[in-house]
Write a protein that binds this ligand. Structure first.
Ligand SMILES: Cc1cc2nc3c(=O)[nH]c(=O)nc-3n(C[C@H](O)[C@H](O)[C@H](O)COP(=O)(O)O)c2cc1C
Length: 170
């Protein structure tokens, strides 16, 4: 089993995607197995009960649920929008919670964020942690945050901290 690394922004130059890759770089160095998931894998129509009744859970979200179920842990790197969660991630959490396998249940989830702002997106992660608790995931206590994020600050994210971040829940 390997760790599933997911970024929560589909933007081409996403800072959060860059943090995901920085974490992958540290995982490579320490032989920690992982799988990178492109943020496009989170794409689905906004949850709508009538849509679900007519069409069922979108195929993309069933695939995502299988990926989560198969992972030893999930790392979610989420942008913060107006002090809260990325809608891309929230929508994917909602859809996956509608799949019978209940992939979030007891899943170990490690959270991170990047922002050009000084708080690094931590307020969004606190909301994300609450939401994940509601679908009975286990969320790790330490966040991987990059405030004042740019290529340089992301590249300088502390390697030993990121290693211990990834080891949470072992
Ligand atoms: C609608 C909107 C709201 C935002 N709100 C916040 C915020 O509350 N806190 C913050 O640190 N950055 C906020 N930002 C800035 C994002 O952190 C920044 O755009 C970041 O680069 C988005 O992540 P990405 O680079 O991975 O796409 C906001 C951006 C947008 C578009």
């Amino acid at each position: 089993m390997s760790i599933l690394l997911i970024g929560g922004s589909r933007r081409k130059d996403s800072l959060n995607t860059k943090v995901k890759h920085r974490i992958a770089e540290v995982a490579d160095k320490y032989g920690i197995h992982y799988k990178l998931l492109d943020a496009d894998a989170l794409d689905a129509p906004i949850y709508h009960g009538d849509y679900e009744a007519a069409e069922g859970v979108p195929e993309s979200m069933q695939t995502l649920a299988r990926e989560i179920k198969a992972a030893s842990k999930v790392v979610l790197i989420s942008p913060e929008y107006n002090s809260s969660v990325s809608p891309l991630i929230k929508n994917a959490i909602d859809w996956v919670s509608r799949v019978e396998s209940q992939a979030w249940q007891n899943k170990k989830v490690l959270l991170g964020a990047a922002s050009p702002g000084g708080l690094g997106g931590i307020r969004g992660l606190m909301h994300l942690r609450d939401i994940l608790g509601n679908v009975q995931a286990w969320t790790a206590p330490n966040f991987a945050i990059c405030p004042n994020a740019n290529d340089e600050t992301i590249a300088n994210m502390d390697e030993s901290f990121l290693k211990s971040f990834l080891e949470q829940g072992d």
